[in-house]
Design a protein around this ligand. Structure first.
Ligand code: NAP
Ligand code: F7E
Length: 349
């Protein structure tokens, strides 16, 4: 019989790639989506899997809808990916982020405990748990010092996952994933913000790129590589927690420099620092030591920094060229307003 998986947040970057991966493994895939005034299925359409997945409306703030999703899908495995996932927005909406990104985890775990404790559970934990004050590669034993409402909510989810494992024997795993990016990344995240702007500048549609903290360093991997690790964690004999990264760290400045290089432009002529994109607290260095995942899961990253930047810039260039030639296809960028249009309070003065 086909295995069944439920993915919360199937409309997001990881949800879409994971759905494709699990379909290729022969799973019957169910995914939760939010009822929005305009549907947000572009990633599933872009990967050509929209017709192959089963969609269930559910919201993490609505316990009943989560319970329904578990009952309808009768899953062997739940991949809990849904969250308010943007760190910057968590400073603007700290309470909503706690509700969704933190308490949402308990709602899913409670549904498992009450409906079928045999369901395996993956929690989308994050390198943001480590927070500030680190300068070397981080592993499963490194201390957590969360530095945003997002990270604090995720720390709560991390511990709830461990508690349900220890208290109720649920097969529950934390994947502590470092940043992972792709052409399906949301436009507000820095890598895609850069690749999209570079493509537009190269084609003469835009003139400059406004960024915040250029010195921040991240361990950037490739999302399709990372979703495989989620599945591997749930195929082990025992539940456990794993760091997933590339064990390399690069600054935002380096990302911008490489991205502009690809189109033959000098980044310094186009990038402007704008304090609107600075955070009240920022994490300045993250690098993930994935030795445990390599040894126990047999996992390692296939795409590293240079290749990742190329994949993202070339895909955004290709999309804007097609668009300018009159082609229309599922894609987020043309509908996304310039961030200059969005008014928020300045978070750091
Ligand atoms: P993403 O693209 O922002 O996707 C988030 C998903 O959550 C979307 O499907 C979104 O639905 C859904 N969602 C948001 N609020 C919800 C709510 N109230 N109820 C139900 N669904 C809701 O995030 P991602 O990059 O794929 O990341 C997946 C998960 O991994 C997240 O939990 C994130 O925090 C975590 N994580 C990400 C990274 C990374 O580098 N990407 C690293 C570590 C951990 P809509 O489409 O309707 O907005
Ligand atoms: O910022 C700096 C910013 O928003 C990266 C989420 O998936 O990964 C992601 O969180 C860095 C930060 O990602 C801009 O200050 C400079 O230092 O792309 P980001 P993030 O905050 O690392 C983790 C692992 C997650 O779990 C999250 O869900 O880049 N930065 N200038 C900027 N960031 C943004 N967004 N925009 C700028 O203009």
């Amino acid at each position: 019989m086909k295995k069944r998986a439920l993915i919360t947040g199937i409309t997001g970057q990881d949800g879409a790639y994971l759905a494709k991966f699990l379909l290729e493994k022969g799973y019957e895939v169910y995914g939760t989506y939010r009822r929005l005034s305009s549907p947000n299925f572009w990633r599933l359409q872009y990967l050509d899997i929209f017709e192959k997945v089963n969609l269930i409306p559910a919201d993490l703030v609505d316990t009943g809808s989560i319970v329904e999703a578990v009952k309808i899908s009768e899953p062997d495995e739940i991949y809990h990916l849904a969250a308010q996932s943007f760190v910057g927005a968590s400073f603007e909406q700290p309470i909503g982020t706690g509700e969704v990104t933190g308490l949402g985890v308990t709602r899913v775990l409670e549904a498992i405990r009450q409906i079928d404790p045999g369901i395996k559970f993956y929690q989308a934990s994050t390198s943001e748990l480590y927070g500030r004050g680190h300068s070397s590669s981080l592993n499963e034993n490194s201390p957590f010092r969360p530095a945003s409402p997002y990270a604090a909510a995720k720390l709560y989810g991390y511990w709830l996952t461990r508690q349900y494992r220890e208290a109720y024997g649920i097969f529950a795993c934390n994947g502590i994933l470092f940043n992972h990016e792709s052409p399906l990344r949301g436009l507000e995240f820095v890598t895609r913000k850069i690749s999209n702007a570079v493509a537009k500048i190269a084609l003469g549609i835009e003139k400059e790129l406004r960024l915040g903290n250029l010195e921040a360093k991240r361990d950037w991997g490739y999302a399709p590589d990372y979703v495989e690790s989620m599945w591997l964690m749930l195929q082990q004999k025992e539940p456990d927690d794993y760091v997933i990264g590339t064990n390399e760290s690069h600054s935002v400045k380096e990302f911008a420099e490489r991205a502009f290089d690809i189109v033959g432009l000098d980044w310094q002529e186009y990038v402007k620092v704008d304090k609107r994109f600075l955070r009240p607290l920022d994490v300045n260095f993250l690098q993930g030591d994935y030795s445990k995942a390599k040894a126990k899961l047999g996992w390692k990253p296939k795409v590293k920094f240079d290749k990742l930047v190329k994949i993202m810039v070339n895909e955004d260039l290709n999309r804007w060229e097609r668009w300018l030639n009159g082609e229309r296809f599922p894609w987020d960028a043309p509908n996304y307003p310039s961030e200059a249009k969005i008014i928020t309070r300045v978070l750091r003065v």
